[in-house]
Design a protein around this ligand. Structure first.
Ligand code: C2E
Ligand code: MG
Ligand code: MG
Ligand code: MG
Length: 288
């Protein structure tokens, strides 16, 4: 069985192996060379103020421009990169490229104060070198630390030892912002959460999805809306910002604003786009 034989080694032909399994291994095997050849690209998705619609931040989302398969989304290769350990090197590239792009936007539009938000995989956040990697990305690109936000899921924050990562305090000490991604889908320990140097909670898509125009369509008691209400109150009690993910409709944006959510991200405010489209949007938002 291929997996039991160890990572990154070719298994002998085994008729039991499914075609999907073989495709997965082939994709995984191609990752290191793809990184060396510069086949990864970052797209950026706006994070917008629900009060006045200004773009306050963008989230960096990695894609693989595969020579034969076309543009591949992260759901198909981030897990593989975590399994093989390549995530540490890929993640360092993402950090540097995102900081480089953000520094370019800052130079052109300093008054916009645009923050770039970068995802950290659990394995990457747990790596002892992560603080140096982040510090180096900042110094090499010149991006001020306060314009970088790092997104970690609840499980990444809690680390493999089941205790909050020590590096969180060192990362916060650099002056970067920390956000909990997909909040509400993991196992956050509130006792820890209140003591961690977190700046923002990102409410997971499924809660936002439950907010629809026709109340009849959802659970009759508007359960998701009440959960969002509770999570926003929790976040504000902890003096954290709240970003709602996966905002797809005007109704959702309106309801989230009424529930005092601070910022929103999703197709309603703009899909993930290449860096030059963010620059164009900054140009359009520029006020005389
Ligand atoms: P995430 O961090 O929760 O990112 C948000 C995902 O929601 C993105 O998927 C984004 O394209 C998608 N999305 C945007 N607008 C909408 C919408 O209106 N509705 C819905 N339902 N979804 C929307 P994407 O780009 O496929 O990324 C998937 C996941 O891959 C990300 O989830 C993140 O966990 C991971 N990822 C992406 N880039 C990186 C990276 O550079 N490093 C690491 N470690 N993980 C990454
Ligand atoms: Mg996807
Ligand atoms: Mg994210
Ligand atoms: Mg998310």
């Amino acid at each position: 069985w291929a997996k039991a034989e160890g990572r990154g080694r070719w298994a002998v032909y085994d008729p039991e192996r499914s075609a999907a399994d073989i495709a997965r291994s082939a994709l995984a095997a191609g990752l290191p060379a793809a990184l060396d050849r510069g086949e990864f690209v970052l797209h950026y998705q706006p994070i917008v103020s629900l009060l006045d619609g200004t773009m306050l931040a963008v989230e960096a989302l990695v894609r693989w421009q595969h020579p034969e398969l076309g543009l591949i989304g992260p759901d198909r290769f981030i897990g593989l990169a975590e399994e093989t350990g390549l995530i540490v090197r890929l993640g360092a590239w993402v950090l540097r490229q995102a900081c480089r792009d953000a520094e370019g936007w800052r130079r052109a539009y300093p008054e916009a104060g645009l923050v770039v938000s970068v995802n950290l995989a659990a394995r990457q956040a747990d790596d002892p070198a992560i603080v140096d990697t982040v510090a180096e990305a900042l110094t090499r690109t010149g991006l001020p630390a306060e314009l970088l936000q790092l997104e970690l899921t609840e499980s990444a924050v809690m680390g493999t030892a089941g205790e909050p990562l020590r590096s969180l305090h060192e990362l916060a000490g650099l002056g970067v912002r920390l956000a909990i991604d997909d909040f509400g889908t993991g196992y956050s320990n509130l006792a820890y959460l209140r003591r961690l140097p977190i700046h923002c909670l990102k409410l997971a898509g499924p809660f936002v999805e439950g907010i629809r125009a026709d109340g009849a369509d959802v659970a009759a008691d508007h359960r998701d809306e009440r959960i969002v209400d509770a999570l926003v109150r929790l976040a504000h009690a902890l003096e954290l910002w709240v970003t709602a993910e996966a905002v797809e409709t005007e109704v959702q944006a309106e309801r989230l604003r009424a529930l005092r959510c601070d910022t929103g991200q999703g197709r309603w405010f703009g899909a993930p786009v290449p860096a030059d489209r963010i620059r164009a949007r900054l140009a359009g938002e520029e006020r005389p």
